[in-house]
Design a protein around this ligand. Structure first.
Ligand code: AKG
Length: 277
């Protein structure tokens, strides 16, 4: 398969539609997924945090190079930009995650809620699969799903996400040729939904504009997520969130007892959800 573009779905599509196209292509674009009002609210909340961003400094040169020295990234969005919570618990994103991740576990958690603001002059990331974060797992099914929502109009020259359609079915070591890679044109609000086993990368920003996007990744409930939400979110903030968001942030007891597994994430030998009023 070698389509020149990913399939696009309308904003009223369902989680089933998103899952079905992903099963075939490894990725799909939903146009107009975020409303203009929600986008404006989120962007307004993000402005002061991005303005005071100190640059990429993860403590590892290799990690900094992967994240991008000209890229501003923010996590801890539940505190910094509370509008993020509505997006994280959207039925379609959770429904897509639940469907794709069902074969490997009974529950899901947030892997990362991350602003990726790629600056002019940034080079493209190496092609990768998000599932490689857990490379020892050797799983036959995806371990996570990811979404890249455009918070500004994103054109290919601005560092649009690069995706290799069909690569979720490839053997692990196969490399993509130039003509197998598509660049996602994403008007503000449009969103790429893809699986953890699909090859992709942040593109090179050859423009003079910044490419601002939101990555919301969801992984299987028994994995250690990329983002550590426990250290960024005060418990008083989590207490005020919807139950669904509390669970997604990792505060629900993981219970695989009905499928022959065990429990993970006890709080003092009980369900952490009992902490919340
Ligand atoms: O920013 C993007 O479009 C993709 C970023 C990405 O794949 C990553 O940082 O792992």
């Amino acid at each position: 398969m070698n389509p020149k573009e990913l399939q696009r779905l309308p904003s009223d599509c369902t989680a089933d539609d998103i899952t079905e196209v992903n099963e075939r292509d490894g990725g799909v674009i939903v146009d107009g997924w975020l409303s203009p009002g929600l986008l404006q609210q989120l962007n307004t909340e993000l402005e002061p945090w991005l303005a005071r961003h100190q640059g990429t400094d993860s403590g590892s040169a290799a990690s900094d190079s992967f994240l991008g020295k000209k890229t501003r990234r923010l996590q801890g969005l539940t505190v910094k930009a509370p509008t993020f919570v509505k997006i994280m618990i959207d039925d379609r994103i959770m429904g897509f995650a639940e469907r794709v991740l069902a074969p490997i576990g009974p529950s899901i958690i947030l892997n990362n809620g991350e602003i990726i603001d790629i600056g002019p002059g940034e080079s493209a990331q190496p092609m990768h699969r998000d599932d490689d974060a857990w490379n020892f797992a050797n799983a036959a099914d995806p371990l996570m799903i990811n979404t890249i929502a455009a918070l500004v109009d994103i054109t290919p020259d601005m560092g649009a996400t690069l995706v290799v359609p069909g690569s979720h079915r490839w053997e692990p070591n196969r490399l993509a040729t130039e003509d197998e890679i598509v660049s996602c044109d994403l008007p503000a609000g449009s969103t790429l939904f893809f699986r953890g086993d699909t090859l992709h990368a942040g593109g090179a920003n050859r423009s003079t504009k910044r490419r601002r996007a939101l990555s919301t990744g969801i992984c299987c409930g028994w994995l250690r997520p990329v983002e550590n939400s426990y250290t960024t979110l005060p418990i008083e903030v989590v207490n005020c969130l919807p139950r669904r968001a509390q669970a997604l942030l990792g505060y629900a007891l993981y219970d695989a007892s009905k499928v022959g597994g065990g429990y993970l994430g006890y709080h003092d030998m009980g369900d952490p959800m009992k902490l919340f009023t």
